[in-house]
Design a protein around this ligand. Structure first.
Ligand code: FES
Length: 208
């Protein structure tokens, strides 16, 4: 089954390039019961004029993180892309430290999919507890699976992480690609900022 979604090089993923039908099959907009996502409702979208619809489709998405259990991943849609929010446990964070020497770009310095400055760190996040990343492989655009537990995948071996089913790229729990894999870069981190301890806004990192 092909799950490829092309990502243009040198810039943020282009939502227009994403195969809508396939993506809809991948996205679970509320993977964790009770998690509130203040996204625009579809019927409302349908009632908007095309230009307003386009604007709404690119609008930031506000997400309540309080109901995501430790170790769980929530997927929301932003600009037509699946954005992962993984609430990492202390053990998950420790696993990231342990693979610093095994990932291709531990400090996220590569520029094909530039990591925002505030996420250019070992955990690739503002708050270590939460990974927020676009769940689209930087090789040819498949959607990796995971989080996969240590020892549960031959591709990852004894490390936990994410596995791309298309050509075997593997990523740690910070979305950093392991060395010698087809994916040229880490999983993209979308612009985002925290509105409070429990609410994050995806798609807007303005300081205003
Ligand atoms: S698309 Fe992920 S490894 Fe090729």
């Amino acid at each position: 089954m092909s799950t490829s979604t092309s990502l243009p090089s040198g810039q943020a993923p282009d939502p227009a390039s994403v195969d809508k039908e396939r993506r809809n099959a991948l996205i679970v907009t509320c993977a964790v019961g009770g998690v509130g996502v203040a996204a625009v409702a579809a019927p409302f979208l349908a009632s908007l004029a095309p230009s307003e619809r386009a604007k709404a489709a690119g609008a930031p998405v506000e997400v309540d993180l309080s109901s995501i259990a430790a170790g769980d991943k929530l997927v929301v849609e932003w600009r037509g892309l699946p954005v992962w929010i993984l609430r990492r446990t202390p053990e998950m964070l420790q696993s990231i430290k342990q693979v610093d020497g095994e990932v291709a770009d531990p400090k996220s310095l590569r520029t094909q999919y530039p990591t925002p400055e505030y996420a250019r760190n070992e955990y690739r996040s503002i708050k270590p507890e939460f990974l927020i990343a676009v769940g689209v492989c930087t090789h040819l655009g498949c959607s990796p699976t995971g989080p996969v537990a240590a020892g549960a995948s031959a591709a990852l071996g004894n490390d936990p992480g994410f596995v791309c089913p298309c050509h075997g790229s593997t990523f740690d729990l910070a979305g950093r690609v392991f060395k010698n894999k087809p994916a040229p870069d880490n999983l993209p981190v979308p612009p985002h900022k925290y509105l409070s301890d429990a609410v994050v806004l995806i798609g807007d990192d303005s300081k205003a």
